[in-house]
Design a protein around this ligand. Structure first.
Ligand code: KG4
Ligand code: ZN
Length: 342
């Protein structure tokens, strides 16, 4: 094992990001630079991410973002020992842009390429931020995914349960949209909820008490819509109370579902550690609910800092560095994938 300096590129949704990490021979990581350019202004008018616009915007800036990451780390291409890019899952046009860029860098500079699963990037971020390595129980909560995974060892994932309809991030985004809070929705709902009463509206806790650690959020989302319609036009106070009540319900649901996941995870005898990752993991109410359950169930609780929960390239560089260190290198013919479960 030797020291590895790896460039990561992330373009699977509406952030163009590049970052550089260094991984020492003992498996410890240092973040040397991280650049994120959000496209949200390009999509704002449409109330959601438009795939074609996203892909074109990535093409326009990806080279500059890579250059900025190298500059911030005071490095040149010649200093890199590897390059990693998200190869899926995500919006295929955007994924192609990042992956092709990484392939070109690998070819020209004769360095290994790692085609990284975006979800694995989220899953391993705590290795970079606090040196935590598997095994652990993972809750992945993003815009497209909401699932529990048993991370048994390096690159070993077993899905324990997941959502049967919306992802939690999607539910946050839809609630924001129906209340006219703008896009992206998660942070807007959290901000609006800050001045609200979480006990004002009685919202459902779907699947509470079920033994399988699955989720369902469509009923909760519909209940929010009903309240909004009943109170139309929605005042600032109703919006705040409704967002607070929604966040409380989401937190309660996730805590209840976590208990079900813990029961299954514990049967494998693995150490009691919970990692939460993905964009929604930056939500304070959710983090608090999970932390409380961890305290009650004697688990240690781990989450990346909020800025590394939402999409970034540091997690891609880090996952790539770990893959390259383990000899898991991809050929230049590796394909981009819109769907790719871990
Ligand atoms: O991981 P991520 O950045 O992108 C995906 O891989 O999907 O997650 C994005 C999701 C969006 O649905 C966004 O609204 C949500 O994470 N999100 C939040 C917060 N910040 C981002 N949800 C709740 N509270 C937040 N503070
Ligand atoms: Zn993500």
């Amino acid at each position: 094992d030797r020291e590895l300096t790896v460039l990561g590129i992330e373009t699977s949704c509406d952030e163009t990001a590049a970052a550089i990490v260094r991984r020492d021979p003992f498996g410890n990581g240092t973040l040397l630079s991280s650049i994120i350019r959000s496209q949200f202004k390009d999509h704002e008018a449409y109330g959601g991410v438009v795939p074609e616009i996203a892909a074109r915007a990535h093409v326009q800036v990806v080279d500059k973002i890579v250059e900025a990451a190298l500059n911030e780390a005071k490095l040149d291409f010649g200093d890199l020992d590897g390059v990693a890019a998200t190869a899926g899952p995500g919006l295929i046009g955007g994924v192609l842009v990042g992956l092709v860029t990484a392939k070109a860098i690998a070819l020209v500079h004769d360095i290994p390429l790692a085609a990284v699963n975006h979800l694995e990037g989220h899953a391993l971020t705590v290795g970079l931020t606090e040196g935590l390595r598997p095994p652990y129980l993972l809750l992945l909560v993003s815009g497209g995914h909401t699932e529990f995974l048993k991370v048994g060892g390096a690159f070993q994932y077993e899905k324990l349960g997941g959502t049967i309809d919306d992802a939690l991030g999607e539910a946050f985004d839809k609630v924001a949209k129906m209340l006219g809070l703008g896009f992206p929705g998660g942070p807007a709902v959290e901000r609006t909820a800050a001045s609200g009463d979480p006990y004002r509206f009685d919202l459902p806790r779907p699947l509470a008490g079920r033994p399988r650690p699955d989720f369902s959020f469509s009923g909760l989302k519909t209940a929010v819509r009903q309240v909004a319609l009943t109170h139309a036009p929605v005042s600032r106070q109703v919006a705040a109370d409704l967002c607070a009540s929604f966040q409380k319900a989401a937190g309660d649901v996730v805590r209840d579902r976590l208990r079900a996941a813990m029961t299954i995870y514990e049967a494998s005898g693995l150490p009691r550690r919970l990692v939460v990752a993905g964009g929604v993991a930056s939500n304070r109410t959710l983090r608090t609910a999970l932390l409380k359950e961890c305290e009650a169930s004697e688990y240690t609780f781990h989450a990346p800092p909020p800025g590394l929960c939402t999409d970034n390239a540091a997690m891609i560089a880090w996952a790539g560095a770990n893959r390259i260190a383990a000899g898991l290198v991809d050929g230049l013919d590796v394909a981009a994938r819109a769907r790719w479960p871990i």
